[in-house]
Design a protein around this ligand. Structure first.
Ligand code: SF4
Ligand code: SF4
Ligand code: F3S
Length: 268
């Protein structure tokens, strides 16, 4: 597709691990090539772009100006706010992540927080949170779509991008501004081990016979009953697996404050 037909996407990295970008590149419907050649114009993405240094900064400044009011802004990572944002500076000019996100939010047609870091602060916001890490929605005064998950699946990321591209508006959102189509159901209600839970068949310790037989992981810390996400039905990595199928249980990674409220992760 011609550049004019594609929606410009600016993807910023803040305090994060890049796992959400790893998730993005596993998309298979559409695959990444189709996504970036037919639907979006990826203007800035520190992991995927060829430019570096001054050239990268120029690309960002250029994209912010040229596509003002039109670009989609995706943010991966929390925003350190303590000491006026000094815990995260990006690029040759030493701008804080806080300032970069605020500036980029101004001209954005829509803002998507990709992952629990950007949505709710994530693990770096864990008590006592010395860097003052916050979700994007706490530092900008526009609506932000929150894609909870550490990381969210590639389907939840690309599905949200494609929704905006196809319909030109935000999808219906839940009370935490997560798209309802992805976060409308409890993990527990679609889990393949739910029958085991209902029958009272529980793994008591990792590695016991119940674990080998696929019993419910609730007693070894599964937070599926308190977590909203489509992992059991959509899975990860081309529908290969998800935490419960892998035998660990859900850590509640798509929920605000899961890092403190749901820890430790191996006890109910
Ligand atoms: Fe990494 Fe998780 Fe943060 Fe994504 S939400 S950047 S996977 S720590
Ligand atoms: Fe619920 Fe977790 Fe048990 Fe599945 S493994 S039924 S999500 S408690
Ligand atoms: Fe996260 Fe739980 Fe899904 S830990 S990936 S919400 S199963």
């Amino acid at each position: 597709a011609e550049l004019a037909d594609r929606v410009p996407l600016i993807w910023l990295h803040m305090a994060e691990c890049t796992g959400c970008s790893e998730s993005l590149i596993r998309t298979d419907s559409p695959n990444l090539d189709t996504l970036i050649f037919d639907h979006i114009s990826l203007e800035y993405h520190e992991t995927l772009m060829a430019a570096s240094g001054w050239q990268a900064e120029e690309n960002l400044e250029h994209a912010l100006a040229q596509y003002k009011g039109r670009y989609l802004l995706a943010v991966e990572g929390a925003i350190p706010t303590a000491n006026n944002g000094a815990f995260l500076t990006v690029g040759c000019k030493g701008h804080t992540g806080l300032q970069i996100v605020k500036d980029a939010a101004e001209g954005a047609a829509a803002i998507i927080s990709v992952g629990t870091c950007a949505a709710f602060g994530g693990v770096q916001a864990a008590y006592p949170n010395p860097t003052g890490a916050k979700g994007v929605h706490e530092v900008v005064d526009k609506t932000v779509i929150n894609l909870g998950g550490c990381p969210p699946s590639e389907k939840n990321i690309v599905g949200t991008l494609m929704y905006f591209i196809m319909f030109g508006k935000l999808p219906a959102l839940d009370m935490f501004n997560r798209p309802k189509w992805a976060y409308g159901a409890r993990v527990h209600d679609n889990c393949e081990r739910r029958g085991r839970f209902d029958a009272g068949e529980f793994v008591e310790t990792f590695g016991d016979q119940g674990a080998k037989d696929g019993y419910c992981l609730y007693k070894v810390g599964c937070k599926g009953p308190y977590t909203y996400n489509n992992c059991p039905t959509e899975r990860f990595n081309h529908h290969t697996s998800w935490p419960v199928l892998a035998g660990h249980g859900c850590m509640g990674c798509s929920e605000p404050n899961f890092w403190d409220d749901m820890a430790d992760f191996e006890k109910p």
